[in-house]
Design a protein around this ligand. Structure first.
Ligand SMILES: Cc1cc2nc3c(=O)[nH]c(=O)nc-3n(C[C@H](O)[C@H](O)[C@H](O)COP(=O)(O)OP(=O)(O)OC[C@H]3O[C@@H](n4cnc5c(N)ncnc54)[C@H](O)[C@@H]3O)c2cc1C
Length: 368
């Protein structure tokens, strides 16, 4: 019997397997695909995600470019924000990142097998992986947005429409600046992430408005010369669903942990891997994991609330953002992990009247 079976060798699964194998757990990692394999993603790794991995002992080799400055554009305005850290966002090809992380797990002693899992069955002292003959003391569901582990273990049912972002990804020429385009999609945004020889570019939005996202991508692709590569869903945090039960724990997209405002999933994939691996040492791993993830879940709930307020009024909020650059700078600090989002939100709400005054005086000056 294995100590831990990790289902899914994406970033959340491989980092969990890496940490468990490092602690001496007999760890098996299963994925239905051979690696390297394609995964639809913008390939943007924020500084805090990169740095968290570094703290765990993984110094990433796969980034192809490091961007210190981020451009945010839309509604005829533009703002540039510069990171005080080594960089704000590193960009890479997910084929290379995922292979690199799986290799790290294997180097620590985890064993990898190609296997499509159709479900798990929980017993008192172990969990069985249906049809494979494998059983383990614990199973980690790292099998992504449509996690079969989550459903078959009874941890949660399917996502609701407002839990999910629908995103379309493509290839574009090599642009100079890493750019977010906030008016590219009515319920989300567009991105251009330059990397080695080209740029990853796409648009995302709320899944119930997927037709709008498809239409937005058509216009975006003409404007920025983007060739479609794929589309997928991103399950976002801020929901009230469980993330663990008994001997089964979910990490990354399987647990629905991406940032509701930006769709950033990699930081939360690594963070959940870390908390999950620590929890297995406790008497009641499911309880301990859910408790240890409490702060993260709270942050994601607040981000979801912020999204529901900001995104439908993006024009208004972005223009304020531009009139009051300190808002943009502080938001950048949250995404590189230097400022708590709750603190930023409290501070930002109080600045709205001032930002509105600045905006009004700018408009007045321009019209005179
Ligand atoms: C278009 C798009 C753009 C994005 N851009 C960014 C970005 O720039 N930055 C960022 O931080 N996040 C981004 N995200 C989110 C990010 O891609 C995810 O949050 C991240 O991949 C989650 O990692 P994971 O390991 O949990 O799941 P995944 O990466 O989805 O890995 C799941 C693994 O499980 C395997 N699997 C699934 N089912 C089974 C099964 N039944 N049996 C065996 N194996 C199985 C799959 O083959 C896969 O390898 C983006 C997402 C999309 C869709």
């Amino acid at each position: 019997m294995w100590d831990a079976i990790v289902i899914g060798a994406g970033p959340s699964g491989s980092v969990t397997a890496y940490l468990l194998a490092k602690k001496g757990y007999k760890t098996l990692i299963l994925d239905m695909k051979d690696f390297p394999r394609y995964k639809s993603c913008g390939g943007g790794v924020t500084w805090r995600a990169y740095n968290l991995l570094r703290e765990l002992g993984i110094k990433l080799r796969s980034p192809e470019a490091y961007h210190k400055e981020v451009v945010i554009r839309g509604f005829g305005e533009e703002i540039k924000v510069r990171s005080d850290e080594e960089f704000a966002v590193a960009t890479l090809d997910r084929r290379k990142l995922d292979k690199e992380l799986l290799d790290e797990a294997i180097a620590q002693g985890a064993e990898f097998r190609k296997e499509k899992v159709s479900g798990v069955i929980s017993k008192e002292d172990r969990v069985e992986v249906i049809g494979s003959g494998f059983s383990s003391r614990y199973v980690i569901g790292a099998d992504g947005a449509y996690s079969i582990t989550a459903i078959s273990s009874g941890i949660r049912n399917c996502w609701r429409n407002d839990d999910i972002i629908f995103a379309i990804e493509g290839r574009a020429p090599l642009y100079d600046e890493l750019t977010f385009i906030v008016d590219a999609s009515p319920s989300g945004y567009g991105w251009i992430f330059p990397r080695g020889e080209d740029s990853n570019a796409g648009v995302g939005g709320i899944s119930s408005k997927s037709r709008e996202v498809i239409k937005a991508f058509e216009e975006f692709s003409k404007r920025y010369k983007v060739e479609k590569v794929g589309n997928w869903i991103i399950p976002t945090g801020g929901h009230d669903k469980q993330i663990a039960k008994g001997r089964v724990l979910l990490v990354g997209d399987a647990a629905g942990l991406a940032d509701p405002l930006t769709g950033e999933g990699l930081y939360y994939a690594f963070k959940s891997a870390l908390e999950c691996s620590k929890s297995l040492e406790s008497e009641d791993p499911a309880l301990s994991y859910s408790e240890n993830m409490g702060n993260v879940m709270e942050e994601l709930r607040l981000k979801r609330k912020a999204r529901n307020i900001i995104v439908p009024r993006m024009d208004f909020f972005f223009k304020m953002f531009v009139s009051y650059p300190e808002i943009a700078r502080r938001y950048m600090l949250t995404s590189i992990g230097r400022l708590d989002f709750k603190e930023f939100w409290r501070w930002g709400i109080l600045r709205i009247p001032k930002a509105m005054m600045r905006r009004a005086s700018k408009v007045l000056k321009e019209s005179l």
